[in-house]
Design a binder for this molecule. Structure first.
Ligand code: UDP
Ligand code: MG
Length: 229
């Protein structure tokens, strides 16, 4: 379906895209021998990003960083200045201002690489989700990290909703309910899909049909990762 549509435009590249400039210099590149190599993992809520990332980590040399998990941890951190804002945004299915998310991502990468400089390959799950996220990434990370490709879990909206409602029975997540989910799907369609399309035009999207079983999807993921190295 959408995977196929995307493939049709894969050869087409957007010239002139790179309107954003790299302003701040991160300590990441200088603190470690290697520049972080990043795979962005995107797809609708419940598409299986977290599940597949866990399987990737078991089988390949990657560290998994979920932007959503980092935000939830920050929400719960005592003394956090952004806790309340994050809680509200998550419940409403809205995207947290990038300054908060990028700071958490950057710090997580720095900490991991400081401990072990061989851990420079990251799966960044659930980010960038909108134009603000992308601009924030480019401003802070351009030149300091390399985005190898985008792993896109393509899944019908109804499958996403059903999976999240099922997950909601035990996840305890404030946003795995019908009301939040409708907002999350809208946010995904309006804000995140255009980001995926933008990467697609740069030939950077690797698309997986995420409506299949966990093992079937992972077999496709393997095919991609084995090829990408
Ligand atoms: N979120 C955000 N920025 C991010 C990642 C997540 O604001 O970069 C918020 C957003 O409100 C989203 C929620 O966290 O709806 C849950 O994201 P997560 O990736 O955990 O959900 P999933 O897509 O995996 O179901
Ligand atoms: Mg997730």
């Amino acid at each position: 379906m959408i995977c196929r549509l995307l493939k049709n435009v894969a050869g087409y590249r957007l010239s002139g895209y790179r309107a954003f400039t790299s302003a701040s210099v991160s300590a990441i590149a200088s603190a470690a021998m290697k520049k972080p190599q990043v795979v962005f993992v995107l797809g609708g809520p419940g598409a299986g990003k977290g599940t597949q990332c866990a399987k990737i980590v078991e089988n390949y040399n990657y560290t998994h960083l979920s932007a959503g998990d980092l935000l939830r941890a920050e929400r719960a951190r005592e003394g956090s200045q952004s806790g309340l804002l994050i809680a509200n945004f998550i419940k409403e299915g809205k995207i947290v201002p990038v300054e908060i998310t990028i700071d958490l991502l950057k710090r997580a990468m720095e900490e991991i690489m400081k401990k072990d400089e061989q851990k420079y390959r990251f799966l960044i799950d659930g980010f960038p989700r909108n134009e603000d996220n992308l601009q924030g990434w480019n401003k802070v990370m351009d030149g300091n990290a390399h985005v190898n490709f985008v792993l896109f879990f393509d899944c019908a909206d109804q499958v996403c909703i059903d999976r999240c409602l099922e997950r909601g029975k035990s996840s305890g997540r404030s946003d795995d309910n019908r009301e939040s989910l409708e907002k999350r799907i809208q946010t995904y369609l309006r804000s995140t899909r255009p980001i995926i399309d933008l990467y697609q035009k740069q030939g950077k999207v690797r698309c997986v049909d995420a409506s299949k079983s966990v093992d079937e999807v992972f077999a496709d993921v393997r095919g991609i990762l084995d090829k990408e190295g």
